[in-house]
Design a protein around this ligand. Sequence first.
Ligand SMILES: Cc1cc2nc3c(=O)[nH]c(=O)nc-3n(C[C@H](O)[C@H](O)[C@H](O)COP(=O)(O)O)c2cc1C
Length: 187
Amino acid sequence: MLKLQIIITSTRPGRVGLPVGQWFAERAQSHGGFKVEVVDLAEINLPFLDEPNHPRLRQYTHQHTKDWSATIDSGDAYVFVMPEYNYGMNAPMKNAIDYLHQEWQHKPVGFVSYGGVSAGTRAVQMAKQVVTTLKMVPLPEAVSIPFVAQFLDDEGRIQPNDVMNTSADALLAELLRYAEALAPLRA
Ligand SMILES: Cc1cc2nc3c(=O)[nH]c(=O)nc-3n(C[C@H](O)[C@H](O)[C@H](O)COP(=O)(O)O)c2cc1C
């Protein structure tokens, strides 16, 4: 089974990203097409990029980079669960992407974004420019959650609406098709 990594990019205390990521991970498990792994950048806790060599050389000097490389290398498809900060992606997400190079290549990527009126879509547009440089293949199917707080229940869990569930399923279906189609490029 191909592995889908759901990368929760928000790291701040009280982040909405955690329940959004948990909801999407449950949806991905129900989809059944992938082995699902949640990768939480708050737990990974990478410092700002501190490697002396360009990542394409894979000459990593720090254990945290070697561990991050092994984690991302093992994925066949990614979903970034991402907030919008000041119309862009948040700094931990960009930092985590910048750490690596070949590990990301030739894999499809989807976006589950959230925020206010824009539902994080401005940050997603910014992210597409970055991920294509690393030969990830971003998909147009996406989950875009506007005014995300309205979907949190009293226990801080996401209660999705039909649009969220439908768009999640469409994204998962397309991610699987692309992950399979791109597999020969990763061989
Ligand atoms: C530094 C910062 C910048 C923000 N900028 C935006 C923004 O540009 N657009 C938006 O829709 N929401 C913005 N917000 C509101 C976030 O969408 C909201 O706080 C969301 O919960 C952040 O995700 P998180 O809780 O997972 O960190 C911003 C929040 C923070 C903390």
